[in-house]
Design a protein around this ligand. Structure first.
Ligand SMILES: [Zn+2]
Length: 560
C-alpha cells in the first residue's frame, strides 16, 4: 500500500529547492524510528472494536436474544473504568480520546488535552497544555509505516472515530473533523457521513465550498458508496461512505438500505485491504448506534447493533487466530440508559420466564428507528397500528399509546417513544436516557492481551506498546506549538482567517513566507506544496496553532 503521508507532492514544476526539501524530508523520516520502543518484539497488528453506550445488561440481553454464546464471551478478560477528566459519567468524545491518546479529557473534546480536571485521580493540567492536541494511536501506527483504518456505523465524523483521527475541542464541528480526517492519510475509512465531504451547492453540508471527495480521489483513493462497490475493492486506499448521515440499524438494512454493508462486512474488507501492508496495521471499528438506541430506551436497536458488533468481533478474531500476531481489543466506552433485565412494572423477578422477557422482542423484525421511518408522516390510527403490529410485534397498542405516537417527532424521536412501549411489554427497565458511569467489560485476544481492571486510557498505552512505539515521542513529532518553534527561528507565525473558509497559518521571516493551511497536512512554500506527516491544528480557545516538527525543519531548510 502506498504511504500517502510520506510523499512529497510537488504540484508545480520541481525546483532545486523542492529536490533539497525531498532529501531533507527523507532524512527526517529515517529519524522517526527514534519513537520506536527498544526491546520486546512488537505485535504486528492491533484491531480495537468499540461498542458505544453498552453496559453488561445490553450484552446479556443480546445473548439471550441470540440464544447461543457471543464471540465476545470467549475473550472476556477484565473490566474498564470509563470516567472523564471532569465527570464520573463520561461523554463519548473524552471516552474515545482516552482510548486513542491515553489522556482523560473534557466533554466534547477530541484528541486534545483537558481544560479542567475535577475527578479524583486525574492530574491537574498545566496552563500551557490546556487544549493541546495529542497524538493518537492511529497516528502513531501511521508514522511507523503501518496501514491504518476506521470503520463505524455512524457518520465517520462522529465522536468515537473522530477522536482517533481529528483534534478539536468541538465534537459537533463535523465539517472541520471531516477535513482533518481527509488529510490524515488514513488508508481505509468505511462508514457514513458523506454530506460532510460535499459542498452545500452540491447538496452537502460544507459552507467552505470544498469537495473533499474530489480531494480524496486526487490523492489516489477509491471512493465507494455501495456494499457491492466496497466488496469489489481488492487493494489500495479507499473511503466508503454508504449514507449521507448514518447507516441503518443492522436489523433494518434488508428493508430500508440493502446497499449498505454490515459492520462485519466493512470490518472484513478493511482487514483485507490493510493487511496487505507488510509492516502491519491498526484498525478501529465502532458499533456506533447501540448508544443511540439506548438514549431512546429502544431494546431492538440495542440487540440489532450489538449482535452486528459481535459478528464484526468474530471476523476480527478469525483473522487474528489465523495471523497469530494480531492483538484484538474490544470494549464499550460507557453504559447508557441504565438498562436492566427486570423493571419496576415487573415485580416477580424470580418468576421471570424466558418467554416473558424474549417473547415480545422476538415478534419485532425491525428496530424502533426502522419502524419510525416506516410510520413516517402517515400517523393515521390504521397505519400506526398496522406498522407497529407488523414490524414491532405489539398487538395491544392502547389508544393512549397511539396518541403518543401521533404526537411524537420523527426518526429517533419517534423511536424513543415506541422503545419504552416494547420494553414495558418485555421486562426491560431503564433508569433514564443518559450515559451511566459503571465499569464496562474488557475483551482481548492475542499476544500482549490485557487482563484485570484497567483505565480507559490504558487502551492507548497497551496499543502503542504492543505495536512498538512511544506515544509521547509521536506527540513531540506531530504537535509542536507553532508560535514558539517559529519564534526560535526568528520567524513569526500568525493565524489568518480573513478567508473564513480557508484558515491558514502564515509564517514569515523577512521576505520568506510559508503557508500552512489549517486542518490539513499541507505546507506551501512558493509554488510547491509539501505533504507533512501530520496536521496543522488551531485551537480557538487559546489562539494557539500546532504543527508537525517536520514543518519547522522544512522552514529551516528553506532559509528560516
Ligand atoms: Zn459513547
Amino acid at each position: 500500500m502506498q504511504r500517502g503521508w510520506l510523499s512529497v507532492s510537488c504540484q508545480k514544476k520541481k525546483s532545486v529547492f523542492a529536490s533539497i526539501f525531498i532529501c531533507i524530508l527523507l532524512v527526517l523520516l529515517t529519524l522517526f524510528p527514534a519513537a520506536a520502543l527498544a526491546g520486546e518484539k512488537p505485535v504486528k497488528n492491533v484491531i480495537f472494536l468499540m461498542t458505544d453506550g453498552t453496559a453488561a445488561t445490553h450484552i446479556a440481553l443480546a445473548r439471550w436474544y441470540k440464544g447461543s454464546p457471543l464471540a465476545l464471551d470467549g475473550i472476556l478478560t477484565g473490566a474498564v473504568r470509563t470516567y472523564s477528566a471532569e465527570s464520573v459519567i463520561t461523554d463519548s468524545a473524552p471516552a474515545a480520546t482516552a482510548f486513542a491518546t491515553g489522556h482523560k479529557t473534557n466533554s466534547q473534546f477530541l484528541g486534545v488535552l483537558p481544560a479542567t480536571t475535577t475527578v479524583p485521580g486525574v492530574p491537574p493540567i498545566d496552563a500551557e497544555l490546556k487544549y493541546k492536541p495529542v497524538a493518537t494511536v492511529l497516528e502513531g501506527a501511521r508514522l511507523m509505516g503501518k496501514a491504518v483504518g476506521l470503520v463505524a456505523t455512524s457518520n465517520i465524523q462522529h465522536a468515537s472515530p473522530a477522536a482517533f483521527s481529528a483534534h478539536t475541542p468541538y465534537r459537533d464541528k463535523f465539517n472541520i473533523i471531516a477535513k482533518q480526517q481527509v488529510y490524515e492519510g488514513i488508508d481505509v475509512v468505511f462508514g457514513a457521513g458523506k454530506k460532510y465531504l460535499v459542498p452545500r451547492e452540491d447538496g452537502g453540508m460544507r459552507a467552505d465550498g470544498l469537495n473533499l471527495i474530489a480531494t480524496l480521489r486526487a490523492g489516489g483513493y477509491a471512493f465507494v458508496e455501495t456494499r457491492e462497490a466496497m466488496q469489489a475493492l481488492t487493494k489500495g486506499k479507499a473511503w466508503g461512505l454508504f449514507a449521507a448521515d448514518s447507516l441503518q440499524n443492522d436489523m433494518d438494512r434488508r428493508t430500508l438500505a440493502p446497499n449498505e454493508p454490515s459492520l462485519a462486512e466493512m470490518t472484513k474488507k478493511a482487514i483485507e485491504l490493510l493487511s496487505q501492508n507488510k509492516k502491519g496495521f491498526f484498525l478501529f471499528v465502532e458499533a456506533s448506534k447501540v448508544d443511540w438506541a439506548s438514549h431512546g430506551n429502544e431494546p431492538m436497536g440495542v440487540i440489532s447493533d450489538l449482535l452486528a458488533y459481535d459478528e464484526a468481533v468474530r471476523v476480527a478474531l478469525e483473522f487474528a487466530k489465523q495471523d497469530g500476531n494480531t492483538l484484538v481489543l474490544a470494549c464499550a466506552d460507557h453504559g447508557n440508559g441504565g438498562m436492566s433485565i427486570g423493571s419496576k412494572e415487573y415485580k416477580n423477578y424470580d418468576k421471570l420466564a424466558y418467554d416473558r422477557l424474549m417473547g415480545p422482542l422476538k415478534k419485532a423484525d425491525m428496530t424502533g428507528e426502522g419502524v419510525a421511518q416506516l410510520i413516517g408522516d402517515n400517523r393515521s390510527d390504521f397505519n400506526i397500528r398496522l406498522v407497529i403490529l407488523q414490524h414491532y410485534g405489539i398487538e395491544d397498542l392502547t389508544d393512549a399509546e397511539v396518541a403518543k405516537i401521533k404526537a411524537a417527532g420523527k426518526g429517533r424521536a419517534l423511536a424513543s417513544v415506541i422503545g419504552p412501549m416494547l420494553s414495558a411489554r418485555s421486562a426491560i427497565g431503564w433508569i433514564y436516557t443518559g450515559h451511566t458511569g459503571e465499569d464496562v467489560f474488557l475483551y482481548a485476544y492475542g499476544p500482549k492481551r490485557p487482563t484485570g481492571l484497567i483505565e480507559n486510557t490504558q487502551i492507548a498505552e497497551i496499543t502503542a506498546k504492543a505495536l512498538g512505539f512511544d506515544l509521547g515521542a509521536v506527540d513531540r513529532e506531530l504537535f509542536v506549538p507553532a508560535d514558539q518553534a517559529f519564534k526560535a527561528l526568528g520567524a513569526v507565525a500568525a493565524y489568518d482567517d480573513s478567508d473564513a473558509s480557508r484558515p491558514v497559518l502564515v509564517v514569515r521571516k523577512g521576505l520568506l513566507t510559508i503557508l500552512l493551511p489549517v486542518d490539513t497536512n499541507e505546507m506551501i512554500v512558493g509554488k510547491t506544496t509539501f505533504k507533512l506527516p501530520g496536521l496543522t491544528v488551531y485551537i480557538p480557545q487559546t489562539k494557539k496553532a500546532y504543527v508537525p516538527r517536520a514543518a519547522v525543519e522544512l522552514a529551516k531548510a528553506a532559509g528560516f
